[in-house]
Design a protein around this ligand. Sequence first.
Ligand SMILES: [Zn+2]
Length: 302
Amino acid sequence: MAYKERVESDELKIFRILNNHMTLPSKEKQIYSNLEKGYKGEVMFDQITEGLDKSKFLILNDLLLETNSTTFQIDSSIISQENFLPCEVKNFEGDYYYKSDHFYVMNDNEIQSPLDQIKRSDTLLRQLFQKKKHSISIKSNVFFVNPAFTLYQAPLDKPIIYPTQLNKFFEELNAKSSILKDNHYELANILVKEHKTLSPYTRLPPYNYAQLKKGLSCGLCHSLKVSSDGTIIVCHSCGCVESVEDGILRSVRELQLLFPNIIITTNLIFEWCKVIESRKQIRRILKKHYEACRRGKYTYYE
Ligand SMILES: [Zn+2]
């Protein structure tokens, strides 16, 4: 297990739910698709670093740090005896080319250079380390993890690890001797403590309850094509089966994530889930897992 685990961000979770329940505007659809893709790439990368010897390396996944009022993100960081290795993980797919320090898609559209990205975070990281009175050499790399990625005119002298080199890179790293001392753990703890969480709402499109398409979604493939016989929920897209209880509780959590101030009532969940025919059953499940509060005539759950 990593010293700091990666978790799906609330932003990604909300985007995913919204994508099931409304048509995202094209700009937000692009943001969402990049988020999903980026996250998938990072998870792929985590599976590789998971193979590192944990007595020799500390792995910190997904750090959002701030120094001098500037925030920067590091997809993954590896602490070894000698070095601090920030890893910029890219899940680019398809053909790209490199020309005088710039990266382009084959249609000549320039994309932000991952090398500039690591240069920027290196500077900020150095400042942060200095402020925290830690000195360890920083060695950043860009990791392209998608096997279907090609970079034409790839530079030889840049800190880039290509998909075909990933395993070798980590095998060699793992073979190195590395003795972790208290100061390494101290640094890791500082960074975990400094890790910030961003408000998930900044890049989301405006949305409200009334506009969203109602329906319980499949817990696995997120399709709304589900039906229920009162005991289980069956997804007609992927065949996944879930108990009604789990499905309802998942839907409650989704609603609370979308609308942090929403008041959970039996009627609300009945309307949102659509496929559960018995209000009584919903009430029983809510009562079992939440505290029932009364206001006048109606009951809500907290
Ligand atoms: Zn499904």
